[in-house]
Design a protein. Sequence first.
Length: 204
Amino acid sequence: MADVKVPEISPGILERLNKKTFGPADIKWIKTVNDSSVGNPCSSSAYLHPDTRVIIDESGAYFCLQANKKSEGTLNKAAPGDLILLYQRLENQKLENKCFTHLVTPVGSGVVPCIVNPKGWKGRWVKVIVMTGNRVEESVRAMTDDWEKMPFRLRTFLRHLSYPNSAIWEIANSENLSGDPLSAAELSALQNYIWEKFARWGVS
């Protein structure tokens, strides 16, 4: 846990988010995250324990969700209350074995320098709604048979979004995700499916 306070959070936004009951329909974005460090399974797990960039206080857990300079502006697409699904390698996995690890929502007003990692990329402050452990067996595996049955080209999408392309993408309309925009029924099925996968860690 970092020994700093979370900056750039409007009391009004935080109050609204603390009162909000999140649900599947709030899952609107997807983003890859990955650290460049290798060799230690913990060190290659981004924004998961024991990552010191995660700040925990009485109102929850927060971190500055970073993106490279080319992609940092995409972080502003998500509104407070929107959920961003994060996925990454755990235990130095190969691309085919990535895991979904977080549902987070923006709390910062925009992209800012990351005070926890001042030499790194800029980012946007987010609040953790749910996150998994930092081992494969403690997370949501991405490339499983049941994920493959969903109505979008997940394998192609994950390959396209491999590190370091760190933009966020809208789940409903990304050409790389579905080929065509998802129908309302397809999007709802996908959102509910993701939500159920995270139920083990506290969403309901």
